[in-house]
Design a binder for this molecule. Structure first.
Ligand code: SOE
Length: 372
């Protein structure tokens, strides 16, 4: 594997996670562009980046940068991704890849025309027990899945005075909670089951009508009922105002022979439910049955792997793909487009209070409203 030079645009929490993952997977944090030269310099010093670029445009244009990591507010993603694709760069773009489905399709068109790699950090796919869950569900061990349920709950926006660019639809887009974290849950569910949400009905709400004297335009909460292509029914609750839940992505799949529960706040174990007994499967080469779960178990059972470990493996596998050694399971542009279609469907349904068909992102780009 050749060491690649990465350029990171953005200097916030997730940019630091990207920097750690780039380094931990054997690549170089070559450059950074922040919202100011000062923020870039501070980030570069902390993450041993070689170069501080005055602007993201200069980073994208640099012949020394091979992979561009987009870690800015959502409203900038499409413009930067399109520029990076035109410059022939490999791209890692934070979710959501755009603030509209139309923008996502514009990215798809330019990325395809320039034949560059594109990965989206739906990194929860990279916990070993998630791969175990996927293997068991998709090999039929649990029987057909008839019910899918769960939530993604956080509490970091429960204080009405809490500030964040995501609250402003000009920076984050028209959806906040669902676009930010609901898309993670949907990606993980569809990745693990191999199924797809066919249609949904959504409700969104705000815990506070204004924050710091500014009228709130984006949702704190989304509740969704859905049906899948294979005929399963499901529910999802998304909230960033649920005190005590820090980052609780909970995915539960109920099949005719077994049920499976993954909780991101206890990511080392998978609960397998049965009629006569339940099992708790721990991560580890000696405890997991799936090759993928074992591949991603870097430490023996009982030595917890966490969020940064999963992110490291996301970057490692994505970079192998950028170098022509495609690894199955890396979330790519098609998954970013899928998330954009789901966001579009949730916003359309919440506005119309009707069931909507989730747009096929390989064909029509508009969500169709259905009679309920
Ligand atoms: C904030 O909600 C956030 O950092 C998300 O933006 C990430 O995608 C999620 O993994 C953790 O929470």
């Amino acid at each position: 594997m050749t060491q690649l030079n990465a350029g990171i645009i953005g200097t916030g929490f997730i940019a630091a996670v990207h920097a750690n993952a780039i380094r931990n997977s054997g690549h170089q944090v070559f450059g950074v562009a922040g919202s100011s030269v000062e923020s870039g310099k501070a980030f570069a010093a902390k993450h041993n980046a070689t170069t501080v670029f005055a602007t993201w445009q200069a980073l994208v244009a640099s012949p020394d940068v091979q992979v561009v990591h987009i870690c800015t507010p959502n409203a900038l993603h499409a413009e930067i991704a399109i520029a990076a694709a035109k410059a022939g760069k490999q791209i890692v773009c934070e979710k959501p890849i755009s603030v509209t489905l139309a923008e996502a399709k514009a990215i798809e068109s330019v990325v395809g025309a320039n034949n560059v790699g594109f990965a989206v950090p739906f990194a929860y796919r990279f916990y070993p027990v998630v791969r175990e869950m996927r293997s068991r569900v998709q090999n039929g061990e649990g029987g057909p899945v008839h019910l899918i349920h769960g939530n993604y709950l956080q509490d970091w926006l429960t204080d009405p005075s809490s500030e964040n660019w995501r609250v402003d639809s000009n920076d984050g887009g028209d959806s906040r909670a669902f676009a930010d974290i609901g898309t993670h849950w949907c990606d993980l569910m569809e990745f693990v089951t191999g199924d797809r949400i066919a249609r949904l009905i959504a409700n969104t709400s705000k815990a506070f009508t204004d924050r710091n004297g500014v009228k709130v335009q984006t949702e704190d909460i989304a509740t969704i009922l859905f049906e899948t292509v294979s005929g399963a029914t499901g529910t999802l609750t998304v909230s960033q105002v649920s005190l005590g839940r820090k980052n609780q992505l909970l995915l539960e799949l109920d099949g005719s022979k077994a049920s499976y529960t993954f909780n991101q706040e206890q990511p080392d174990s998978l609960l397998v439910g049965g009629r006569s007994s339940n099992q708790i499967i721990m991560h580890g080469g000696e405890t997991l049955t799936s090759a993928d779960g074992r591949r991603l178990s870097h430490l023996p059972s009982g030595h917890p792997q966490g969020y940064q470990d999963a992110f490291n493996d996301f970057v490692s596998d994505a970079y192998q793909g950028f170098q022509g050694k495609g690894v199955e399971g890396v979330p790519g542009l098609v998954d970013g487009l899928r998330a954009a279609a789901l966001i579009d469907a949730v916003l359309t349904s919440a506005a119309s209070k009707a069931w909507v068909q989730v747009a096929e992102t390989t064909g029509s780009s508009q969500t169709k409203m259905l009679a309920s």
